[in-house]
Design a protein around this ligand. Structure first.
Ligand code: PEP
Ligand code: MN
Length: 353
């Protein structure tokens, strides 16, 4: 067993290294610079799952020898991605300390089962990245397959989710999915991979800070001695020096900081709980009125959806939100959800015999 607290020290745990091992020199030099900056666990992709064929697909097994050198020369622990049984055997044989499952693999139950079977009886920590699609059950399923195979040390990596729409980041963070996974499995450490969420180095700080504020245990960040020349994910990598500077700027907050009285916080939480209960009671009253409206529409043969009415309601509340310094997108989402539920209630009523 690896004692993570011992290896990494204080929160946040940091795993860093290049997206891909490219050459012996690049791998070793990156590792040495990172180690000199206090990084204890090195990452490098040896086999790279690329979206389209023809891109750099990793150096393959030769890279494992460079990882052994990294370990020998720096004392860092080494980690890499495995995506099939052959990768597992080769990584284990070469003495890799920690493996992770990539986002395209955790989305595939057949691949996960084969990897889990290959890991039976092996004592190695395994980190499981979220599947590319935001499916909590699929992520949990990948973890459970490893647990059934007897893997004792499992961690989660939140790396964001693919989306069809163009968004600011490369992958949508959908923080709520990681929060839900952590709620379901509070026993498992959760680290964030801001590099694959960001896609561009300029966003790494804000994503890392947000992750820390959500109380993640650590960060996995891509770092390369010469990011612009990287053979994969060039735009999102940082030099070891920039990585150190970024880490130094992060504010690490704690769930229960030592020596801080929680009394004031308890009082505020009490007030929040009261307000939330009021919200529930108000929503109940609102839905009771929706039922009456549903009955009226049924009796008068009117459609449930009255688009003009909905438009005017939404505009009215967006304006009110602005006057009250409430975020417009937030209020839009709240009212969309309420309106949708109101429609559901009414559809049920008009179709009742
Ligand atoms: C990686 O870590 O380099 C990688 C390929 O990540 P992901 O599986 O999150 O895309
Ligand atoms: Mn990468």
């Amino acid at each position: 067993m690896i004692d993570f607290n011992n290896v990494f020290g204080k929160r946040p745990w940091v795993i860093a290294g290049p997206c891909s091992a490219e050459t012996e020199e690049q791998t070793l030099e990156t590792a040495k610079q990172l180690s000199a900056k206090g990084i204890k666990v090195f990452r490098a992709g040896i086999w790279k799952p690329r979206t389209r064929p023809g891109n750099f697909e990793g150096v393959g097994s030769i890279g494992l020898e460079w990882m052994r050198e990294v370990k020998q020369q720096t004392g860092m622990l080494t980690s890499t991605e495995v995506a099939n049984v052959k990768h597992v055997y080769e990584a284990l044989k070469s003495g890799i300390d920690i493996i992770w499952i990539g986002a395209r693999t955790s989305a595939n139950p057949f691949a996960m089962q084969e990897i889990a079977d290959a890991l039976k009886g092996v004592d190695i920590p395994v980190f499981v990245k979220n599947p590319v699609n935001p499916d909590v059950e699929l992520w949990l399923g990948a973890i459970e397959r490893l647990e059934k195979a007897g893997i004792q040390q499992i961690g989660l990596i939140h790396r964001g989710f693919s989306s069809y729409e163009k968004i600011l980041y490369r992958n949508a963070p959908l923080w709520q999915v990681a929060i839900e996974l952590k709620r379901r499995r509070p026993d498992l450490p959760l680290i964030c991979d801001p590099s694959h969420i960001a896609g561009k180095r300029e966003y790494l700080f804000e994503i890392s800070q947000k992750a820390l504020d959500l109380n993640v245990d650590g960060l996995m960040i891509e770092s390369h001695i010469c990011p612009d020349k990287a053979w994969s994910d060039a735009k999102q990598q940082l030099t070891p020096e920039d990585l150190q500077a970024m880490l130094a700027n992060l504010v690490v907050r704690h769930v229960n900081p030592e020596g801080i009285s929680l009394e004031n916080l308890d009082e505020l939480r009490y007030r929040i709980d009261e307000i939330d209960s009021d919200l529930i009671r108000l929503l109940k009253r609102r839905m009771a009125v929706s039922e009456k409206i549903g009955k009226y529409k049924k009796n008068n043969n009117m459609t449930v959806l009255q688009p003009q009415r909905w438009d005017s309601i939404l505009n009215k509340y967006i304006q009110m939100a602005e006057e009250n310094n409430l975020d417009k997108d937030f209020i839009t989402k709240v009212f969309q959800a309420i309106h949708q539920e109101s429609i559901n209630v009414q559809v049920k009523i008009v179709n009742q015999n």
